[in-house]
Design a protein around this ligand. Structure first.
Ligand SMILES: Nc1nc2c(c(=O)[nH]1)N[C@H]1C(S)=C(S)[C@@H](COP(=O)(O)O)O[C@H]1N2
Ligand SMILES: [Mo]
Length: 419
């Protein structure tokens, strides 16, 4: 079988193929023909001696040691007031390994003794309640595979000239996990929310005592007191022993190390929601609250800093997500946005989760500009960079969800560009 046999009608300009490329049964055999057959003559060393033994907690292959969180930085004079980023271009699928989930801390990671930690629910409730981990374990739990994105993610793309950065450096403040815990609605029902209550204030037990106001509607809809992440207890950096998890909403509101929820009539206007995370409008006013994260996508491979060695058949893959629900369609362009092909989506497509997309591309070796554009179940379309910037005032920073463009040079080098 040759390349030609599974070449299909182009779906868009500059070599993009139909998404059915990935669905047709014959393709798998065709692609396999492109990789070298295993050598049978020389048995590698590891087939000739017994392997090593078991371990009490596994770790990645030593050959994968370069798969690490990147861009770790803290404010001057501190070690824990900053962020680390998920290496998106080094990962596949849609679930982020817990050890590679991005981190964002306002005053470091507290070392919380779970036996001393309690969650207090008070304020406009019939009875104040205090929950230990042991008590929470007796409540029905539920699991959600969903993304978490910092509202400052991708902010570097506001720089007037495109920065030489990787996908992780630009977009790595997003990750997805299976979060397991107790629906907040169950605990609020038990406490008995008083008439007139409209909000809650969630506070963390870190040295920043980070706190955010959350509308009660969200709390009763799909908020979780998350205790587990990808099957094991939350990692300290992600909120051990418990965090608030608000699916689809800006990451800042998913208060980690959660120890207090106060039910209130109005938002508290905490320092964390007034000094930051608001969006400057062209008329000079600030939009105070932007809760759901906008529809967004990014091609993770090929992407900035990677190198495509030679012309030929490539798989373009990336991630799409929307804080408003599930991803309906992702389109990919190889000609800087002149024409678009619909990408194949990995199943299952879950609400408020990362969705993996793929497109086959025959690169002819000429310079090309790759872009992806996501559309969610409500028909919201990921904006261009120009239109996003036009709708905000100078100095805005948060909630950047515009289309990313990667320039492929004829040498195969991939770079961040504005298109
Ligand atoms: N208590 C507390 N909760 C917090 C933070 C914090 O510094 N303290 N950072 C917030 C921000 S800005 C984000 S983006 C997410 C990051 O979650 P992660 O570190 O698990 O990725 O947690 C949020 N919850
Ligand atoms: Mo954040």
């Amino acid at each position: 079988m040759t390349d030609q046999d599974f070449e299909m009608t182009p779906a868009a300009g500059n070599g993009l193929m139909d998404r059915r490329f990935f669905l047709s049964a014959g393709v798998a055999g065709g692609i396999a023909m492109l990789v070298a057959a295993p050598a049978t003559a020389n048995r590698p060393a590891w087939t000739q001696t017994p392997g090593s033994g078991m371990s009490s907690y596994g770790s990645p292959s030593s050959f994968e040691a370069d798969v690490q969180r990147v861009g770790i930085g803290s404010q001057a004079g501190t070690v824990g007031s900053g962020a680390s980023r998920t290496p998106l271009e080094q990962l596949e699928g849609v679930i982020t390994p817990s050890g590679l989930h991005f981190e964002r801390h306002h005053n470091g990671i507290p070392d919380i003794d779970p036996d001393q930690h309690k969650l207090l629910i008070h304020g406009l409730v019939d009875r104040s309640l205090s929950f230990s981990l042991e008590t929470l374990a007796r409540y029905p739990m539920t699991s959600r595979i969903q993304f978490l994105e910092c509202s400052g993610n991708s902010g570097a793309l506001l720089s007037p000239t495109p920065q030489e950065r990787t996908c992780a450096q630009l977009h790595g403040l997003v990750a997805a996990s299976e979060w397991t815990g107790v629906p907040l609605a169950v605990l609020l029902d038990e406490a008995g929310v008083k008439p007139g209550a409209k909000w809650l204030v969630a506070e963390g037990a870190d040295a920043a005592m980070m706190s955010r106001s959350v509308p009660l509607d969200k709390a009763f809809d799909d908020a979780l007191i998350a205790l587990y992440q990808n099957g094991e207890r939350l990692r300290p950096s992600n909120g051990y022993p418990m965090r608030l998890f608000l699916p689809g909403w800006e990451g800042n509101m998913s208060v980690k190390w959660l120890h207090r929820i106060k039910v209130t009539a109005a938002p508290a206007m905490t320092k964390d929601e007034t000094s930051k995370y608001s969006d400057l409008q062209p008329d000079g006013t600030a939009q105070l609250f932007t809760f759901p994260m906008g529809v967004k996508s990014v091609i993770t491979n090929p992407s900035g800093g990677l190198n495509m060695s030679k012309p030929g058949l490539y798989q373009i893959t990336g991630l799409a997500w929307s804080g408003a629900g599930s991803i309906n369609r992702v389109e990919v362009s190889a000609d800087g946005g002149k024409s678009w092909a619909t990408a194949a989506l990995d199943a299952p497509v879950l609400t408020k989760n990362l969705t993996r997309f793929r497109t086959a591309w025959r690169w002819n070796g000429a310079p090309a500009t790759l872009m992806s554009r996501a559309i969610d179940e409500h028909g919201s379309v990921q904006p261009t960079r120009d239109s996003l910037i036009a709708g905000r005032a100078n100095g805005f920073f948060y909630h950047y969800n515009a289309i990313q463009a990667w320039q492929i040079a004829s040498t195969g080098e991939v770079a961040n560009v504005y298109a």
